[in-house]
Design a protein around this ligand. Structure first.
Ligand SMILES: *[C@@H]1O[C@H](CO)[C@@H](O)[C@H](O)[C@H]1NC(C)=O
Ligand SMILES: *[C@@H]1O[C@H](CO)[C@@H](O)[C@H](O)[C@H]1NC(C)=O
Ligand SMILES: *[C@@H]1O[C@H](CO)[C@@H](O)[C@H](O)[C@H]1NC(C)=O
Ligand SMILES: *[C@@H]1O[C@H](CO)[C@@H](O)[C@H](O)[C@H]1NC(C)=O
Ligand SMILES: *[C@@H]1O[C@H](CO)[C@@H](O)[C@H](O)[C@H]1NC(C)=O
Ligand SMILES: *[C@@H]1O[C@H](CO)[C@@H](O)[C@H](O)[C@H]1NC(C)=O
Ligand SMILES: *[C@@H]1O[C@H](CO)[C@@H](O)[C@H](O)[C@H]1NC(C)=O
Length: 923
């Protein structure tokens, strides 16, 4: 995964500058002295802010003693630094009373409201840091009066409007960071006036238009970050003047044209990141002159031609990313010179020829992706030298021969994708040495022999995908002992024998496709509901299972099948879509028992609970008794982090218990995730967010006690034909609206804002009235606590916002995307995977709305059709590729409250294109 250096580097730079400028200014100001009434006014405005709660009106201490305040020798306030203190209020200082303020640092303080124009009174200000807050409204043009300002950070707020032209009056400014807001419009051409700029970060906004040539007038600039906007046009030739430029990031815009010759003069560049634009032409050989380049990212453009040999002189490169272009030719053998390479990504081009034999000399390679090209020949056995490899993807090529046994030398490997080649031979037993493998995908080859998988080796394997090969023999029982396994895909092979009974108790298994083999035997009862299991096309299987003939009482083992006509949906959808469909929480019917106060029950063994909220009367033993020591019979589902049990407490109340397994409870990430969930849940109250009754935190047993949801997860309901019918159009629209309200509450009313991070149909539970409740905050994280918001990828495949794949920066907009996917899923009755691909390819104009609606339900009447169009319009806006152009959940929620406009056309005449255009005119 390419890691984005831009923001964090600029950030480090900023800290440096703040420090430096701060020191030099203190003495200057100290000399000026202040009258005592001015000091009183300073103290008054600070006290009135309420930011120092222990300093009340009657307190007469000097602010110089308070936390985060710096004074000069005349005891006048020159610095306020409350970074990371939760204030949660408006920026309500009376700035005219703080005439000597040099530095104002309020980063991550949960500031609300807008930046007051009075900030222009701070004529001595050199450092202004308002980053990572909830500020809204405009950047006041009055900031342009702060003629001494050297650094300004407003990144990660909700600021809107244009870049005020007056800001270019800041002729002393060296660091200017307005990234990650919603700023729009053009960049003023007067930028050249800020000639001392060293770092400029405009990334992650909605700026449009071309880059003004005046940016070429910034002689000292080292970091220029323009990524994720709507900039267009070509690179101005004046960029050639930016001789000190070290990092240039133009990712994710609409720039056009070839790599401009001016860029080839920037020999100080270490990072040239221009992925996700419309650049074209071939890569000029002079790029090889940029000898300090460490990261070169050309992904997702229209580049053509071969890799120029001069590129192979860039021996400092650690990341070379060429994927998603039209590059062709073969890979020069000199690639072996790039010995520092960590990531080599050639995916999705037209490269031909063999895997170069010099490749295995890149011993620092961690990620190698050559998938979706036309590479031919064998996988070199020297690949075993790449001992640092964590991810290897050679899928979708034309590779032949066997998988070399040296693959077992790759002991750090976590993902191995060799699918859809023409590989034959057997699966090498040496693969078992790759003990860290989580994903093994060899599907679509011609592998033969039996599956030799030993659980002793594959202890963390999650996805085992070997479908569409010629594998034979029995399915080894050992696979059933790999507790971590989530998907098993073995369809379209020649496997025989019975399904190992261990499979039926794998706790995380949510995708099992054994269809089209020669399997025999009886499927145990109790697995009817797991619709993500496909077993058809095995003539001699029987059981109480969709698409499988029932077992005859006399001969339970072997029954001939004529009735396997119902094809489960999983056969027709590409397997990759399904891998991570979590099974969700299957919940049973709740007995409506009036809650009686448990008066006689005493809290026993109290020290077992570090915290316990539920009435304070229920003991650990009660939980044990109610679930017979967490007996499997009470288990109603398994999710990513644990199993869910149904328990009837002695007081009669039925609750859902989410319990972590011993294994995970010892693991600190699970521990952290559990604590996260507890923390988030105890702090929020919303009618569409699942209620937490209590919890137990103990190293031997960790569980949460939730409100019980009779209808279980939306995922399961949509996949069950009977239940899906019960979920009529009105209920569906209602579920979408309630989910929107819950998310809006989390994003905009919780302090700090909560990003759920894993919105999917699994995590929306329904009560007996089919009302929606958002659940599973296992991965939710308080944005506030994490200064960078850069984390490992979490979420459910198929619902993850596309930008997360390359930025790893989690924002509310990721939830908005996932919400859009869920909303479409509710309307369509199935996951909109293919539709999403279609939407991004602009061929959606021919798709009519009524064609994608869930065909199991009768067509909606006119009034409901109105609702559906409205909801679909919003859902389509939520799944826009660019996070900036998605609406906020607040906007969505408000739109739902204010209602829809009347439908002008009959439903059958409404196309998706029409809805997309509609949503664009509305926003
Ligand atoms: C910016 O400078 C121009 C002249 O260079 C001046 O006319 C304008 O008033 C200034 N704007 C602010 C906000 O100070
Ligand atoms: C650029 O930086 C150099 C050295 O730090 C400094 O002397 C020079 O004044 C700066 N140029 C501008 C236009 O600020
Ligand atoms: C690279 O940057 C240094 C200072 O940062 C500067 O002196 C030098 O001229 C630059 N190199 C080129 C080729 O402009
Ligand atoms: C690699 O980078 C270092 C440090 O920036 C530089 O001194 C060296 O010349 C570079 N290597 C090449 C081949 O240019
Ligand atoms: C490979 O990485 C290690 C550790 O990061 C580093 O010390 C070594 O110099 C690198 N090797 C090459 C050839 O760059
Ligand atoms: C793989 O490892 C074995 C033993 O650890 C070693 O003998 C063999 O040479 C290695 N092969 C490669 C290609 O690294
Ligand atoms: C797969 O391999 C087997 C045995 O090597 C061979 O008989 C068969 O023709 C191959 N199938 C394909 C599609 O190449």
């Amino acid at each position: 995964m390419a890691h984005s250096p831009s923001i964090s580097t600029a950030w480090a730079l900023c800290i440096l500058f703040c420090g430096a400028y701060f020191d030099t200014t203190i003495d200057l100001v100290a000399a000026s002295g202040s009258s005592s009434s001015a000091l009183e006014l300073e103290a008054k405005t600070l006290r009135d802010s309420g930011w120092w709660p222990s300093q009340n009106a009657s307190d007469s201490s000097s602010p110089c003693e308070w936390y985060g305040i710096i004074c000069n020798a005349g005891r006048s306030v020159i610095g306020i630094d409350l970074g990371s203190v939760t204030l949660g209020s408006k920026l309500k200082l009376n700035f005219s009373y703080l005439p000597n303020l040099v530095s104002l640092g309020l980063s991550q303080t949960n500031l609300q409201g807008s930046i007051p124009s009075e900030i222009g009174f701070l004529s001595e200000l050199t450092v202004l840091d308002l980053s990572y807050n909830n500020l809204v409204g405009f950047i006041p043009p009055e900031i342009g009066r702060l003629s001494k300002l050297t650094s300004m950070y407003v990144t990660f707020n909700g600021l809107i409007g244009n870049f005020p032209p007056s800001l270019t009056n800041l002729t002393e400014i060296e660091v200017l960071d307005v990234s990650s807001n919603h700023l729009t419009g053009f960049i003023p051409n007067s930028f050249g006036k800020m000639s001392k700029l060293v770092a400029l970060d405009l990334s992650n906004n909605d700026f449009t238009g071309p880059i003004p040539s005046s940016l070429g007038l910034l002689p000292n600039i080292t970091h220029l970050l323009l990524s994720e906007n709507n900039f267009n046009g070509s690179v101005p030739k004046e960029f050639g003047n930016l001789s000190k430029l070290i990092q240039l990031n133009m990712k994710g815009n609409s720039f056009i044209g070839p790599i401009h010759s001016s860029l080839l003069l920037l020999t100080n560049l270490t990072h040239l990141l221009i992925s996700g634009n419309n650049f074209n032409g071939s890569v000029p050989k002079e790029l090889g002159n940029l000898s300090k380049l460490v990261q070169l990212d050309l992904k997702g453009n229209n580049f053509i031609g071969p890799i120029p040999s001069s590129l192979l002189l860039l021996t400092n490169l650690t990341h070379l990313i060429l994927s998603g272009n039209n590059f062709n030719g073969s890979i020069p053998k000199e690639i072996g010179h790039l010995s520092k390479l960590i990531q080599l990504d050639l995916k999705g081009n037209n490269f031909i020829g063999p895997i170069p034999s010099s490749l295995p000399f890149l011993t620092n390679l961690t990620f190698l992706d050559m998938s979706s090209n036309q590479f031919t020949g064998f996988i070199p056995s020297k690949i075993g030298l790449l001992k640092g490899l964590v991810g290897l993807d050679l899928s979708d090529n034309m590779l032949i021969g066997q998988i070399p046994s040296t693959i077992g030398n790759l002991t750090n490997l976590q993902t191995l994708f060799l699918g859809r080649n023409q590989i034959n031979g057997s699966i090498p037993v040496q693969l078992g040495s790759s003990k860290k493998l989580t994903h093994l995908n060899l599907e679509g080859n011609n592998l033969t022999g039996s599956i030799s998988v030993d659980q002793a080796n594959f202890q963390v394997l999650e996805h085992l995908l070997l479908s569409n090969n010629s594998l034979s023999g029995n399915i080894p029982h050992q696979i059933g002992y790999i507790r971590s396994i989530k998907s098993i895909g073995l369809s379209h092979n020649f496997l025989s024998g019975e399904i190992p009974f261990e499979f039926w108790s794998l706790p995380y298994l949510n995708f099992l496709d054994l269809s089209y083999n020669n399997l025999t035997g009886k499927i145990p009862d109790g697995y009817r509901s797991r619709t993500s299991f496909a077993l058809i096309g095995n003539k001699n299987l029987c059981g109480n299972f969709k698409g499988i003939p029932p077992c005859l009482a006399t001969s339970p083992a072997i029954v001939s099948s004529e009735k396997s006509t119902r094809i489960t949906i999983f056969v027709s959808i590409p397997i990759s879509f399904l891998i991570l469909f979590a099974i969700g929480v299957l919940l049973l019917r709740r007995r409506m028992v009036k809650q009686t106060k448990p008066s006689s029950l005493e809290r026993k063994n109290g020290n077992l609970f570090s915290v316990w909220n539920y009435d304070g009367h229920i003991a650990y033993e009660d939980i044990l008794k109610a679930t017979e020591n967490f007996d499997i019979r009470y288990c109603i589902g398994t999710g990513g982090y644990g199993s869910v049990y149904k328990a009837e407490l002695p007081c009669g109340k039925v609750v859902a218990l989410k319990k972590l397994h011993q294994l995970e409870a010892e693991n600190t990430t699970f521990d952290k995730s559990f604590q996260n969930e507890v923390k988030v849940l105890t702090e929020i109250r919303h009618r569409n967010i699942i209620k937490l009754h209590g919890f137990c935190l103990h190293k031997q047993c960790m569980f949460l006690v939730y409100e019980y949801m009779e209808r279980g997860s939306l995922f399961c309901i949509l996949r069950d034909d009977t239940e899906a019918l019960e979920l009529d159009w009105n209920k569906r629209v209602n579920i979408i609206k309630c989910t929107a309200h819950a998310l809006s509450y989390m994003h905009h009313e919780c302090i700090p804002a909560i990003v759920h991070r894993d919105i999917s149909s699994n995590n929306i539970l329904l009560n007996s009235k089919f009302e929606a409740f958002v659940s599973d905050f296992g991965t939710a994280k308080l944005l506030h606590l994490d200064s960078s918001n850069q984390t490992l990828l979490v979420g459910t495949y198929g619902y993850i916002a596309p930008e997360l794949a390359y930025t790893m920066v989690v924002t509310e907009k990721c939830d908005v995307y996932s919400f859009g996917v869920v909303a479409l899923e509710i309307l369509m009755g199935i996951h909109p995977g293919e539709l999403l691909t279609l939407l991004s390819s602009s061929s959606s104009q021919n798709v009519m709305l009524h064609e994608i609606l869930d065909q199991r339900l009768p067509p909606p009447n006119h009034r409901v059709a109105q609702d559906i169009c409205f909801v679909a319009t919003i859902a389509l806006a939520c799944v826009r590729t660019k996070p900036e152009s998605r609406p906020t959940m607040k906007r969505v929620s408000q739109d739902f409250v204010s209602g829809n406009k009347p439908l002008a056309k009959p439903l059958h005449a409404v196309s998706l294109l029409h809805l997309i255009e509609d949503s664009e005119t509305q926003s």
